[in-house]
Write a protein that binds this ligand. Structure first.
Ligand code: GKR
Ligand code: MG
Length: 445
């Protein structure tokens, strides 16, 4: 008896709204983009997947359709293997990855086929009558997944004429706050308080690489004062030099639980070597989503003992690959977590399943969903309550797509002049002629 056969695969690019969040890359534009994959089989089921946006990823997905349609869902590993091994590096992919957070290279680190993996696992779970997480590694490890509050400095959108959303009249205190300016220590503590109130987060990550390291450490101190039991982390995306990172972190051991990508490649040494030196000098726990984004990079990071926590985003590593990483890390006494970019709730559901299958004690999961919450593409988006993301219980991904919302998001996408992320565009309203520099916080020019 054969497993169901795939009859159709659709790729739907979509867009959603964002705040003017600040990072080393500049300022988030009013819109973010994603690509959705919908796969149907001859048993009447539909599987769904979501991945990063942009024309490159969309074109890759469309090119894979003939390799997917007509195949049995039971052979999903063969399908993915054919796609994964068959591709040649794209023009412009120099293998550098996102070591320096050049976001134009993110599309090469993200692998379009993992959206197909998600949709196929969704179908297989529905066929077998089990939730997706039961199909990964040793199956479901937990019913809910600890999640962190991802804090961003937010710039004043009124300094631009860009069409950012205004939610200042919302009755929800977090929604009311999230599109407006938040740059001072007090405003950042208020941001964390609103998130704690709405989602119950007890752990926070501050996106750094915006102000001077000293200013950002003062924000961290203010956050720790307000949430003394919280695990607090800062991620300047490698903006600081090794010497500056050591200086900034030397008094922060009881304040920061760990630090994410404080420094990166310098003086001819790779980010893996520099982070190993940082760890030796400070004894702090280090997380990364920049210097170990594939198995070859991870080999060197592990050999050098550069990191303690690998944020293995399933969009970089695949769902199976991310959980495979979680197993390796757990066996070696290291910690798994996941990185995120702006996303819809299909990714949220995917993260819930992957993290549910990660053995051991993962670090609280990253998610940008709090900045998008309300722009649901699902009728039943998983909820974050008391700081934990619930894991859908129904078979497969366990969620139901809202096609009306998808059509609207696709319409928005088609109305945009460009589909690729460009954080320099909004930033140039704040600092004319602003250019990305991987070693300078975005407001330090
Ligand atoms: O969405 O601006 C953002 C983030 O800063 C993203 O680009 C990072 O890749 O969240 C990410 C991280 O943890 O490094
Ligand atoms: Mg990071």
């Amino acid at each position: 008896m054969k497993s169901p056969v795939i009859t159709e695969m659709k790729v739907i690019p979509v867009a959603g709204y964002d705040s003017m969040e600040m990072t080393l890359s500049g300022a988030h534009a009013p819109y973010f983009t994603r690509n959705l994959v919908l796969i149907k089989d001859n048993s009447g089921h539909t599987g769904i997947g979501e991945i990063h946006g942009g024309d490159y990823t969309c074109e890759c997905l469309n090119a894979y359709i003939p390799l997917v349609v007509g195949q049995e869902i039971g052979k999903y590993r063969q399908i993915l293997g054919t796609i994964h091994r068959g591709g040649k590096p794209a023009a412009g992919d120099d293998g550098e990855g996102i070591q320096s957070l050049d976001i134009s290279k993110l599309k090469f680190v993200v692998r379009a086929e993992w959206a197909i993996e998600c949709a196929l696992l969704d179908l297989l779970g529905q066929h077998l009558g089990v939730p997706l997480c039961e199909l990964l590694a040793e199956g479901k490890q937990r019913d809910k997944v600890e999640t962190l509050g991802y804090l961003f400095y937010v710039s004043d959108k009124d300094k631009t004429d860009l069409p950012y959303l205004d939610e200042s009249s919302s009755s929800d205190p977090w929604f009311k706050m999230r599109r407006g300016k938040m740059l001072s220590h007090e405003e950042m503590v208020a941001q964390a308080e609103a998130l704690h109130e709405k989602y119950g987060f007890k752990n926070f990550k501050l996106k750094g690489g915006v102000f001077s390291g000293a200013y950002e450490m003062d924000t961290i101190r203010a956050l720790k004062k307000r949430f003394p039991d919280g695990r607090i982390n800062i991620d300047p995306n490698g903006a600081w030099s090794l010497a500056e990172s050591i200086e900034l972190c030397k008094d922060m051991k009881n304040i920061l639980t760990y630090v994410e990508d404080p420094c990166g490649a310098e003086a001819g040494f790779s980010g893996r070597e520099i982070l190993a030196e940082f760890k030796n000098a400070t004894g702090m726990f280090v997380a990364t989503n920049m210097i170990a984004t594939n198995w070859r990079q991870f080999y060197h990071a592990a050999a050098l003992k550069s990191v303690d926590i690998v944020l293995a985003d399933p969009h970089f590593w695949g769902l199976e690959g991310s959980v495979r990483m979680a197993c390796v890390l757990n066996d070696w006494g290291l910690t798994w977590g996941s990185h995120s970019n702006n996303h819809f709730d299909i990714t949220l559901a995917t993260f819930a399943h992957v993290a549910a299958a990660a053995p051991g004690h993962p670090t609280a999961l990253d998610t940008h969903w709090i900045w998008q919450d309300g722009q649901n593409l699902l009728l039943d988006a998983p909820q974050i309550k008391d700081g934990y993301l619930e894991v859908p219980e129904k078979p497969g991904l366990g969620v139901t797509i809202d096609m009306k919302r998808v059509e609207e998001a696709n319409k928005l996408y088609n109305s945009l002049p460009t589909h690729d992320r460009d954080d320099a565009m909004a930033m140039q309203y704040l600092i004319p002629g602003w250019k990305f520099d991987s070693n300078k916080p975005c407001l330090v020019r």
